[in-house]
Design a protein around this ligand. Structure first.
Ligand code: FMN
Length: 312
């Protein structure tokens, strides 16, 4: 029997938990030759800002051991272009859309939220990017001050009743504590984790392999860290969680489900295998059939803690 992969988050019903991590699936249509987007549970867009952004100079990605560094710098064509050019495309394909937003001020966060609140026939949730590690203004440096984070999420909450996820990076500080604070401000869930800041050196030129000194590390290298945070945040608050961080195959996805993830956002793996999302979906299904799991909720959060306190 086909297992039921339906995932419901505070009333939002998705046909399965597999989605794409922000910024790693082009503009979706670019991947459409490999992946029928209708098969995904949801699509998370790349981060949209109010004004267009050119992003950082090239080279801005490089491969590292078990991962990659990126310093894209939130390149996008801005809010107006997204609404005019991309919303009609997403409306046509009809997959629940989660729009990732970032502002350089609380006012900009509010403006983005208000605009997408008016597009509820297409936009089903917002991912509030509080953590891009490779942007100067509006990036992790700007956001490191906790009041700015809280002002941003408050501005979003004031402008919309859409489902909202705050996306956090360990670069911000104590992720579990910050998650609690943004939930208190009315965020519905947390998206974990954005990239960790790292660097790579070209030994011939003795300079960075990127056009900037640092970039955001993603891929299998960060999976254990992401898994730990998803587990901790779910345990502390039992809130909806979008997981990203090295989800490369079905086994990775299952690990995140077991520690409680609601949605599984596939990122860097899309660059290695454009069909990664669909392979993962198939693998989750096969595992459920083999293990006689008829409903994914039986698996979600079924982690058995090793921390029994014995011997302490
Ligand atoms: C090239 C690239 C671009 C990204 N762009 C964004 C972005 O625009 N907004 C965002 O919130 N996260 C962005 N991310 C972070 C991913 O969404 C994801 O959280 C992170 O890469 C961890 O998942 P992964 O290890 O599966 O890639 C980007 C990551 C990569 C590799």
């Amino acid at each position: 029997m086909k297992p039921d992969l339906t995932t419901t988050i505070k009333g939002l019903r998705l046909k399965n938990p597999v989605t794409v991590a922000s910024g790693t699936f082009g503009t979706t249509d670019e991947y459409a030759g490999y992946v029928d987007p209708k098969k995904l549970g949801a699509i998370i867009t790349k981060t949209i800002t109010v004004k267009p952004r050119e992003g950082n100079p090239m080279p801005r990605i490089c491969e590292t051991t078990a991962g990659m560094l990126n310093a894209i710098g939130l390149q996008n064509k801005g809010l107006e272009d997204f609404v005019e050019q991309k919303i009609p495309y997403f409306k046509k394909i009809g997959v629940p859309l989660i729009v990732s937003i970032a502002g350089e001020s609380a006012g900009e966060f509010g403006k983005l939220a208000k605009t997408f609140d008016g597009l509820k026939s297409v936009v089903k949730a917002l991912e509030v990017n509080l953590s891009c590690p490779n942007v100067e203004a509006g990036g992790v440096n700007f956001m490191k001050k906790q009041e700015r984070i809280l002002d941003a999420v408050k501005a979003v909450r004031d402008q919309t009743d859409l489902l909202t996820f705050a996306k956090l990076s360990p670069e911000l500080g104590d992720v579990v504590e910050i998650a609690g604070k943004v939930l208190e401000q009315g965020m519905d869930g947390i998206s974990l984790i954005n990239t960790l800041r790292g660097m790579a050196v070209d030994i011939r030129t003795r300079s960075s392999r990127l056009a900037k000194d640092f970039g955001g590390l993603s891929g299998p290298a960060i999976k254990p860290v992401a898994l730990r945070y998803v587990f901790q945040v779910k345990k502390a608050y039992n809130c909806p969680v979008i997981a990203s961080g090295g989800i490369t195959d079905a086994n990775d996805a299952l690990e995140f489900l077991i520690v409680g993830a609601d949605l599984l956002a596939v990122g860097t793996a899309n660059f290695v295998e454009p069909r990664a999302t669909l392979d993962i979906l198939k693998g989750i299904e096969s595992f459920c059939v083999k293990e006689k799991i008829t409903n994914l909720d039986r698996l979600r959060g079924s982690y058995r803690t090793a921390d029994t306190g014995k011997g302490k």
